[in-house]
Design a protein around this ligand. Structure first.
Ligand SMILES: [Zn+2]
Ligand SMILES: [Zn+2]
Length: 162
């Protein structure tokens, strides 16, 4: 008996009668992994002496190597699924957003949207736990102040003229 190929071994662990995900754009049943999973519930597969994520292997078999800087996302949101048509390559940022975990994405940010660092000095914790940028808050205050200063002399001079 010849040794089974990786693809043959892989196929043995697939249950093609998984659930039908009720997600727009995801067609057909999940192909659920019946082999081992890690503590996060992701399918694992031994290949070339390495314990890999099985859905990474599945993606590569159909689409080629995972593009640099990308994660493989389960469009069907089923971590056991290894069906190639349910997998897509997303940038890490898009992947976190796709997971719906916006709080985790924000927490991973090192700078505010204007590029000020979220360091100890510049960061204020809001009551809801999110971070506020002190530099931006200062800039907003200064801007408001500046607006008032600009209006006041103009109003005064108009009054004087009248
Ligand atoms: Zn699936
Ligand atoms: Zn800022």
């Amino acid at each position: 008996m010849p040794r089974p190929t990786a693809a043959e071994r892989f196929a043995r662990f697939i249950n093609p009668n998984g659930p039908i995900p009720l997600i727009r754009g995801v067609i057909g049943r999940c192909h659920e992994w019946t082999g081992s999973t890690d503590q996060d519930g992701y399918a694992r597969f031994w290949i070339d002496g390495r314990n890999r994520r099985a859905y990474h292997y599945a993606y590569e078999q159909s689409h080629g190597p995972i593009p640099a800087g990308h994660d493989i996302d389960h469009h069907c949101r089923n971590r056991r699924c290894v069906r190639d048509s349910h997998l897509r390559a997303l940038t890490h940022r898009d992947n976190v957003l796709a997971s719906g975990n916006v709080a985790a994405y924000r927490a991973a940010q090192t700078h505010c949207h204007r590029g000020h660092p979220f360091d100890e000095v510049n960061t204020r914790r809001r009551k809801n736990g999110t971070r506020a940028c002190r530099a931006c808050a200062r800039a907003r205050k200064t801007k408001q102040g500046a607006t008032i200063h600009q209006i006041t002399p103009a109003t005064t001079s108009r009054k004087r003229a009248a």
